[in-house]
Design a protein around this ligand. Structure first.
Ligand code: GDP
Length: 197
């Protein structure tokens, strides 16, 4: 898919405040610092559309971007930041889960995990929750350039083995590097094929 236009639409603090769900939507989520903003910018070939390295734990908002005037890319707040209070975490979880469960035009959720680490409990729990709620999702492995040789691919395989302990079918997976601009085209290709733009 060629990205002709990519524009920021709005930030929403409640799912009810999100733009009218009139066009297909694809959302990106992951732990703080997983590389989500970097990947979104690399994929869309825009320098700083999504804001990188935001202070984790600050006001959590859902950011909508309109791409090629026919689909929304949604940047969801990063989860799993340890230094927030319990009540902040609760509010934040509610914001994300309400958005995911209620957003009618959501076609797919891309769950980002760091390709350098083994499967983390918080990610596995979130993935499990997606499964229980019938949310269509894919797993995106980030920062592949930080590993040498085929270590990133090997980690992806290990991750899949972990998932197969509880899942019958594996979700779609993508290995990406924002730094090297790799993997984004495959994600865009998937978005293209799940819609008729
Ligand atoms: P976010 O909090 O998930 O949006 O993460 P950011 O996109 O802000 O990235 C967190 C940190 O990881 C930053 O210092 C980025 O420069 C770095 N980073 C993100 N993606 C990559 C990547 O693909 N390769 C490398 N080497 N570093 C990355």
């Amino acid at each position: 898919m060629v990205i002709k236009t990519a524009e920021f639409v709005k930030s929403s603090g409640k799912w009810q405040d999100c733009p009218e769900p009139k066009i297909p939507e694809y959302a990106f989520i992951g732990r703080s610092n997983v590389g989500k903003s970097s990947l979104i910018n690399a994929m869309l070939n825009r320098k700083d559309l999504a804001k990188t390295s935001q202070t984790p734990g600050k006001t959590q908002l859902i950011n909508h971007f309109l791409i090629n005037e026919n689909w929304y890319l949604t940047d969801l707040p990063g989860y799993g930041y340890a230094k927030v209070s319990k009540s902040q975490r609760k509010d934040f979880e509610k914001l994300i889960t309400n958005y995911i469960l209620n957003r009618k035009n959501l076609v797919n959720l891309f769950v980002l995990v760091d390709s350098r680490h083994s499967a983390q409990k918080i990610d596995l729990e979130f993935i499990e929750w997606c499964g229980e709620n019938g949310i269509p999702f894919s797993i995106v492995f980030t920062k592949a350039d930080k590993l040498k040789g085929n270590a990133a691919t090997a980690n992806v395989e290990k991750y899949k083995e972990e998932l197969l302990k509880t899942w019958e079918d594996l979700p779609e997976t993508y290995l990406t590097s924002a730094e090297k601009k790799e993997g984004g085209d495959e994600i865009l290709q998937f978005i293209q094929t799940t819609n008729e733009f």
